[in-house]
Design a protein around this ligand. Structure first.
Ligand code: AMP
Ligand code: MG
Length: 287
């Protein structure tokens, strides 16, 4: 079935209302085996386009994943990227910043990990945490080491959106496509997944007490996401609000978005010149 992934894109400056954005839509697959077939086709094309990205060596792709706990970021990354050559792809996770990271501006730690030309970079959480979890917990902002006169909660979030939007525009002008996914999970589905993490022994490791504490801040998180999504979605570096209650459907949407982005890049395999061809033939005859 055709996937209308552009329906999930956030328009620049859109006033996002997450209550009006679906956490579940009619699946794009008919059955589990249909899903597997569709995902396999996506993964195959992704792998081919990644080889081209690598060989062409001028563009890079940065995929950013943000979500509430248990929304399926890790699973989506694992399944969608399962076919790509690990040499051309790097996944980075960003948790609570280290003491060293806090000694720098909030874009420093992620900027050090940006993908080089020809590569796909994946951020599992990102600098967006600095306008999400940090906005929800103002005490974190106070512990970031900023000069006191620069901590003005009335202006700092807008300033940070601006820093982010400027940085992403800069990346775009320099050959890095940035695509951002917010995996939109319902609070009820999160509860189900937490219960499974508690009830099923092989999922126990995924559960942490802190996750339940964060759940209590749900409305504040939704507000922080709503404020950030429209301000930081641009034509070149869009946000997608991906319905995440159905993991399979979410993976199909995400892989579809990535494929469309890769297809839109102007890329070519380096051409072999006649001279090079002759040289190769000479070498060949010496083998
Ligand atoms: P997880 O990805 O579930 O292992 O959790 C990582 C945790 O690190 C999440 O609760 C994030 O909100 C938190 N985190 C990531 N970046 C930051 C940041 N810049 N400041 C504070 N907490 C962060
Ligand atoms: Mg967690």
């Amino acid at each position: 079935m055709k996937i209308n992934s552009s329906d999930f894109r956030v328009k620049p400056d859109e006033k996002v209302d997450l209550k009006k954005r679906a956490t579940e839509v009619k699946p794009f697959y008919h059955s589990k085996s249909d899903y597997k077939k569709m995902l396999a086709a996506h993964v195959k094309e992704l792998s081919e386009l990644q080889s081209l990205l690598y060989a062409d060596g001028s563009h890079s792709l940065l995929l950013i994943f943000q979500a509430m706990d248990a929304a399926g970021k890790d699973g989506a990354i694992k399944h969608v990227m399962s076919g790509v050559n690990p040499q051309g792809c790097r996944v980075r996770g960003f948790k609570q910043p280290s003491a060293e990271e806090l000694k720098h501006d909030f874009l420093w730690r992620t900027n050090r990990c940006l993908p080089e030309r020809g590569q796909i970079g994946i951020f599992n959480r990102s600098y967006y945490e600095d306008v999400l979890v940090v906005r929800v917990h103002p005490e974190l902002l106070k512990s970031q080491g900023l000069p006191a006169d620069l901590i003005n909660e009335k202006t700092i979030w807008k300033e940070r959106y601006r820093s982010i939007a400027d940085m992403e525009a800069h990346l775009s002008r320099n050959g890095t496509r940035v695509i951002k996914f917010f995996l939109h999970l319902s609070k009820e589905e999160q509860k189900k997944r937490f219960l499974a993490r508690i009830d099923e022994p092989d999922k126990n490791w995924k559960f942490s007490k802190g996750d339940v504490a964060e759940r209590k801040f749900w409305p504040k998180y939704m507000k922080a996401y709503e404020a950030c999504l429209g301000e930081t979605s641009s034509k070149e570096s869009p946000w997608y609000v991906v319905p995440a209650d159905d993991k399979k459907n979410a993976r199909l949407i995400i892989s579809d978005v990535i494929l469309k982005a890769l297809r839109s890049l102007k890329m070519e395999y380096p051409e072999t010149t006649d001279e090079r061809r002759e040289e190769l033939m000479r070498i060949r005859s010496e083998l």
